[in-house]
Design a protein around this ligand. Sequence first.
Ligand SMILES: [Fe+2]
Length: 249
Amino acid sequence: MNPQTSSQTNFCLRWKPGDGQALALEVYALTCRTDFDAPGFCLVNLGSTIDSVTFRQRMVELKQAMAAIHESRTGDTLVYLSAGRFDQQETTKPHLDAGPEECFLMLGYEPSLVEAEVEICDYAKCAFELGLSPQEFMAKHNPMFCTGYEMLRPYSTRIPCFSPSDYQIICINNSSAAYSATNPKWQGTMHTATILAPDESQRRVINSTMIATAPAGSDDRVTAADLDEFMHTSQVRRRGYDKQHLEDD
Ligand SMILES: [Fe+2]
């Protein structure tokens, strides 16, 4: 299959009231892929009129609905590994976030005046077509370096429906498991953000969660109190290792 083909799949979704289950099914199918027919990511636009706390509640509801779908299909469940709020204004090269073999990111982008582009690179598919596992691909062609980045270019999709004025959830399969027809595992993608004009006087808030497969009955690794804090806090982390001068909000 042409690498571009799957990028034509409709991965731009809209949230509608009362539509939670149908939406979760679509998000699950697009994100939690075990082959290369689905893109491994999708965007859900929730419009501009909801508030931040409601937005985060929708994220948690979507995760719960996806966990129920995963349980009914595989017997395993989905658990939170992390949940936090960040002002992210760093341009990045294609990368995976550190996580287990099968996991995905559910990122909640709030409206922002800081212009940015988000791009997804289908590195698992690129690896598969080279006869490599994703981990072998990373060892030989890490896209943090030029040649790997060039190899991934035909497998890269800029998310064209990303809207700076809306609340949006982007789900990104962040797995590193090898492809197997007999023992299907999630197939990951890398992500990259380009911040066109960083501005410390503005905010670009991302409500960032990582979710992984786990045996049925496993607890979230985020406590109920921390998840409640994630949903309701007005705090945003700004101060990174390279941003010592910034104060958290
Ligand atoms: Fe990342």
